[in-house]
Structure formats: structure tokens, C-alpha cells
Design a protein around this ligand. Structure first.
Ligand SMILES: [Fe+2]
Length: 469
């Protein structure tokens, strides 16, 4: 079910087993300052009855827990017990619509059924609860120690969709997020979750239905860049097309930069030339401008197709994203743009989480060599956004790293005083490594490499807590 010419392809294979074991093989040493638990989420089951799901986003959410303790590394993985996971496990075939999935049986079997929540995109700790996230529905609450699924959390009916990219304000500790509702009118509802209390900010009616995945939190705003990736909700609702099939790129429309005041009040829209992004690294306000760092795609065409073909895609470098800084002048609405020397296929940009909404100097991002023509990324880059210099760590020829995650060293003073932890699919070993890099010296030999006994299918996003679970 995988292709020989695409060594990364095996990194998408389903992991059916739920493991719970101490990692026996560790090269190097986990620093004494790195103690806590890293959780990651991603599609763990990407096929049923011998057939791949039609889109990478269809896979069932599986949570991994990686605990760094005095004895080394402990690994555990468990599926989120969603209705979709339980029903399709029982049936052994597709039972629900998904992002790209359709139920067998044509129009009648699909009309007026919304995609099932597969809870496969990210995780966040909220108090002593682990929330598993998916942007089309509410979170699932999990026990962080056992990864047992407890219940769905609709926050007293206030939340229909709770995106997988919440941002935590490092000053107040409040978690900001949003959801998009594709009803007769497409609305974007921002949320603030503070000490267990969820507050809806005023919903914004969008001029047309768009897909949006992430946003940026600055001191005063939630900032959205709504590229012209338009949905045709009726075709989807009537069962003619999947959610993915009902999306189309409309290059004649602008990207709408939406500035939503944190304190409430009317949102402002600034029009920019069309572009698309899944992910932002961070953003901040400076000298009357809002500055955003993002992995910017010229459109949704190349990435949209690669995500459909995931396991068999060439992942062409041409048409993929570049790390880009946008400077939006708040007085004039003028948008300036610059890119960095981060090669090709830039994705999953991150910063030290203590710098959310503040001026950051460093970003970390997946990428590939400038002369690469395709394939999944084999590098992580550290970018000095002030000086423009780029340092890379190359996992080639056989290593395929996922999203980097920055874990700050307790008591560390510098922005880059921490460890970058990445899951790397080793195509030679046909298994996944847990790799720790010194963020101050990214190109150096890893601090540690913990070798899992199996492949962990490529994950999307993660979170770290200093708690030992
Ligand atoms: Fe994401």
C-alpha cells in the first residue's frame, strides 16, 4: 500500500496497536532540565479494508504521550474514542463522511450529513484536562495520564466548532481560539477560555464561506488571513461533493486580513493580494503595524492536491510555502512582505511559546534544500528573523521530521534557551525516532535520539507540559 519511489510514504501507514512502554534505545542523553510530557496528535488510522482514506485529514485522531523523566523516555499512544473511530472499527469500513471521505451509497447516503469529528489535529492542556482538537467540531476531553477519552466538551452548548490552533496569552494564561460555522451565512466566532470559563467574542459574518485553519494573537488583536479558498456549502450539504471537493481556489479574490479586537468591538478587514496559509509562527504589534510570520503558499492548488494524494504524492517543491513576514501598516492598510532563505517546502513554523503575541527573534520550521524538487521535508531550520541568518539540521537522506516543538529550559534567559523535540520517521529503520536538538546550536549532533519500536504515522501538532504523566 505504499510506493517504493517515495520512501516517506511508509510514514503514513496506520498504527493499529496502542502501546505503553519505556523506550529502551536512547542515543545520547535527555538533559536533566527537560522533564515533563509531550503530547502529539495526528491521524493514526489512514485506511480501512485495505484502502487509503481519500484525504490525509480523514484519518482517526491518535494521541501520543512522550514522558521525559529521570529514567529516560516513556511512550504511550491511544486513539481518541470518537463516534467515528468506534463505528468504523466495529464496521470495518467507512461509516461516516469526513474531510474527503464519503459514505458508500451515493447522494442519498451523504446528503445532509456533516463530517464526523475525527479529533486528529492537535492537543492542548487546559487545567488538568487534555483537550484533543479538530477544527470542525468541539474538543474531546482526555485523561492526560491514561489517554482515556472522557467526553466531548461543547462548553455548555456555546461551541460548535473549536479550531485546532488555540493561542495561549503568556501574560494572562487565557487561551484564545475560534470556530467557523458554515450555515446559511458563514460566521467566524472568536473564543476566550480563561480558568475554565469560555466566553464568546462577537461573531463575524464573513462575506463568503472560506476555510481557515489558524490565526495570530497579538497584544490587541486576533488576526486572521482568509485566503480565497472558498467553500460551496450547498454542494457539500446535498451530498454532491465532499467537504474537500466543495473547496475551490478563487484567484480573483483578495486575501482578507481580519483584525478582531481582543477587547471586543468591530472587526476591521484589510484586503491583500491572494495567498494561502495553514500556519503562522507568531505575530506582534510594532510601530503602528501588525507583523505576522507565516508559511505562505501562492495558492491552494499544489498543497491541496498533495494533501489528497498524501501517501502517493510526489510532494512537489514548486508551489509550496515560503516562510514570509508580512508587515501590515494599521494607518494605511499597506501590506509589505519579505521571505527568508529557508529553502523549499516550508511548513509548521513555530516559536518559543513564551513569545506568543510578542516580538520574537527566532522561528523554527520544516523545510527542504533550495534545490529540492520534491519529497517530504528532511530538514528543520532555525531562522534569525532580525539578521536573516538560517541554520539547518538535516535528517537526510532517510529521515523525515514532523513539526518541531520548542521546550524552554526552566530558568533560561535567552529566547532560544531550550530543546527542539521532533518526531522523525526513519525510512531505513521503518520506525520513528524522538529527537532532541539544542535550539541554541541546531546544526549540532542531537542531544538525544530515542528509538521507538515502530512507525508512528506522521502527526500534525503537539503540546508540552512540565507535568509528568
Ligand atoms: Fe495545523
Amino acid at each position: 500500500m505504499t510506493t517504493r519511489s517515495h520512501p516517506w510514504s511508509a510514514g503514513f501507514r496506520t498504527l493499529a496497536e496502542e502501546h505503553d512502554y519505556r523506550v529502551a534505545e536512547i542515543d545520547g542523553r535527555v538533559p536533566a532540565t527537560l522533564r515533563g510530557t509531550l503530547f502529539r496528535n495526528g491521524p493514526g488510522r489512514n485506511d480501512l479494508a485495505g484502502r487509503w482514506f481519500p484525504h490525509w485529514f480523514d484519518g482517526d485522531g491518535m494521541i501520543s504521550s512522550i514522558r521525559f523523566d529521570d529514567h529516560g523516555i516513556h511512550f504511550r499512544n491511544r486513539y481518541v474514542a470518537t463516534d467515528n473511530y468506534r463505528d468504523e472499527t466495529r464496521a470495518g469500513r467507512i461509516a461516516h463522511r469526513g474531510f474527503g471521505k464519503m459514505r458508500p451509497g451515493g447522494l442519498l447516503a451523504n446528503a445532509f450529513r456533516i463530517p464526523a469529528n475525527v479529533s486528529n489535529t492537535s492537543v492542548v492542556m487546559e487545567g488538568d484536562q487534555l483537550l484533543s482538537l479538530w477544527e470542525g467540531g468541539p474538543p474531546y476531553v482526555l485523561d492526560p495520564a491514561t489517554l482515556e477519552t472522557r467526553h466531548v466538551e461543547p462548553f455548555g452548548g456555546k461551541v460548535r466548532a473549536f479550531s485546532a490552533h488555540p493561542r495561549r496569552d503568556p501574560e494572562s494564561g487565557a487561551l484564545f481560539n475560534f470556530g467557523i460555522d458554515y450555515a446559511a451565512k458563514c460566521t467566524l466566532t472568536p473564543y476566550r477560555l480563561d480558568k475554565g470559563v469560555l466566553t464568546r467574542l462577537p461573531p463575524i459574518t464573513l462575506p463568503y464561506a472560506v476555510m481557515n485553519h489558524d490565526f495570530v494573537l497579538t497584544k490587541s488583536y486576533l488576526v486572521f488571513c482568509l485566503g480565497p479558498i472558498l467553500s460551496t456549502p450547498l454542494a457539500f450539504l446535498l451530498g454532491f461533493k465532499s467537504f474537500d471537493g466543495a473547496l475551490h481556489w478563487d484567484a480573483k479574490r483578495p486575501t482578507l486580513i481580519l483584525l478582531v479586537p481582543r477587547a471586543g468591538g468591530a472587526a476591521r478587514i484589510i484586503e491583500a493580494e491572494p495567498f494561502f496559509q495553514f500556519h503562522f509562527a507568531n505575530g506582534f504589534e510594532e510601530d503602528g503595524a501588525v507583523v505576522l510570520d507565516l508559511a505562505r503558499y501562492p495558492d491552494y492548488l499544489t498543497i491541496g492536491q498533495a494533501l489528497r494524494d498524501y501517501w502517493k504524492s510526489d510532494w512537489p517543491a514548486q508551489g509550496m510555502a515560503k516562510l514570509t513576514r508580512l508587515r501590515i501598516d494599521l494607518a494605511t492598510g499597506n501590506v509589505e512582505s519579505r521571505t527568508y532563505d529557508t529553502g523549499t517546502a516550508n511548513e509548521f513554523p513555530i516559536v518559543n511559546p513564551a513569545f506568543v503575541g510578542k516580538r520574537h527573534r527566532y522561528a523554527y520550521i520544516n523545510c527542504d534544500a533550495a534545490d529540492s524538487v520534491g519529497g517530504m521535508q528532511r530538514r528543520i531550520a532555525k531562522v534569525d528573523l532580525d539578521g536573516g541568518t538560517v541554520v539547518t539540521h538535516d535528517f537526510g537522506p532517510d529521515g523525515y521530521p514532523g513539526e518541531p516543538l520548542f521546550i524552554a529550559t526552566p530558568g533560561g534567559m535567552a529566547e532560544d534557551d531550550g530543546v527542539i523535540v521532533i518526531l522523525v520517521f526513519d525510512a531505513t529503520r521503518q520506525a520513528t525516532d524522538i529527537v532532541g536538538l539544542d535550539a541554541r546550536d541546531l546544526a549540532a549532533k542531537p542531544l538525544f535520539v530515542g528509538r521507538l519500536k515502530h512507525c508512528l504515522p506522521f502527526t500534525f501538532h503537539g503540546t508540552f507540559t512540565p507535568q509528568l504523566y
